[in-house]
Design a protein around this ligand. Structure first.
Ligand SMILES: Nc1ncnc2c1ncn2[C@@H]1O[C@H](COP(=O)(O)OP(=O)(O)OP(=O)(O)O)[C@@H](O)[C@H]1O
Ligand SMILES: [Mg+2]
Length: 249
């Protein structure tokens, strides 16, 4: 069910434009992420999806426009301050610490959040267990299969209960069966933990299957947003993004 949009408890981008040199990667983008719901973000390569996630997580300051969290302006906060404030993310390429085992990959984040080593290890174990990958705890992060690497990345992002989780292409390289398991995990993150999720994916079927609300970005602009029915019946989306798939089907 879609929750009522409420700026007092939302992560929001309002009129965000990001310019690199003379190139506008994002133009006047407005997006609201609410707790307990999954929001999809789809769009072709280079549409600006990662730039938007970077902007919502403090890795990229907006050129104009604002980012707010619970009504407070956070557009100029650095990433670790936003993480402490409850905005967590994963990266397009895993970015685990390859010299550490899985448990320590999570524990390091806990310590970075100011928690003790023992509390961080306990939280790490609890999360690995909740996700169903406790058996990976002592394995080196280097050399994990894709699917495990992604799940460990999500577990790490969930350390100490963030309010928001932004996932940048978590299903890349997965089979349909693996992507379906991931979809179950994403639903649980929203339903059981009450976290607001933003899911970026090229696997449009996955996005449509889990999202309460979907945004479509094309050449830096939101060209459509709404529930799955709105997206599927949108001529703009068909023209800009789904057209090629549809013709091929
Ligand atoms: N730091 C940067 N400097 C200059 N241009 C950049 C920078 N970061 C991104 N861009 C450009 O901005 C545009 C949007 O890039 P972005 O990575 O956000 O797209 P994306 O939708 O995530 O693409 P993909 O689906 O391939 O991951 C691209 O044209 C990219 O080359
Ligand atoms: Mg990207």
């Amino acid at each position: 069910m879609v929750r009522k949009l409420d700026s007092s408890s939302s992560l929001m981008a309002t009129g965000v434009t990001v310019v690199f040199g003379g190139f506008k990667a994002l133009t006047d983008v407005t997006m609201t992420i609410t707790p307990g719901a999954v929001h999809g973000l789809i769009g072709p390569n280079g549409a600006g999806k990662t730039t938007l996630v970077n902007t919502l997580t403090g890795f990229q300051a907006p050129t104009t426009g604002k980012v707010s969290l619970g009504g407070r302006h956070v557009g100029t906060l650095p990433p670790h301050d936003l993480r402490r404030a409850g905005v967590a993310r994963t990266f397009q390429a895993g970015r685990l610490f390859t010299g550490l085992d899985v448990l320590d990959n999570l524990a390091v984040t806990g310590v970075g959040l100011g928690r003790s080593r023992s509390a961080s290890e306990a939280e790490a174990m609890r999360l690995l267990d909740w996700i169903g990958i406790a058996h990976l705890a002592a394995l080196p992060a280097a050399g994990l299969p894709y699917t495990d690497e992604r799940r460990v990345g999500i577990a790490r992002a969930l350390m100490f209960a963030p309010q928001y989780l932004l996932l940048d292409e978590p299903a890349a390289g997965m089979s349909e069966a693996e992507a379906s398991d991931l979809a179950d995990l994403i639903r649980r993150v929203a339903d059981e933990l009450g976290i607001g999720v933003l899911l970026i994916e090229h696997n449009v079927g996955l996005v449509l299957s889990v999202s309460h609300h979907v945004y479509v970005l094309d050449a830096g602009q939101i060209i459509e947003e709404g529930d799955v029915d709105v997206i599927l019946s949108s001529q703009a989306v068909r023209d800009a993004y789904l057209g090629a798939d549809k013709e091929a089907a």
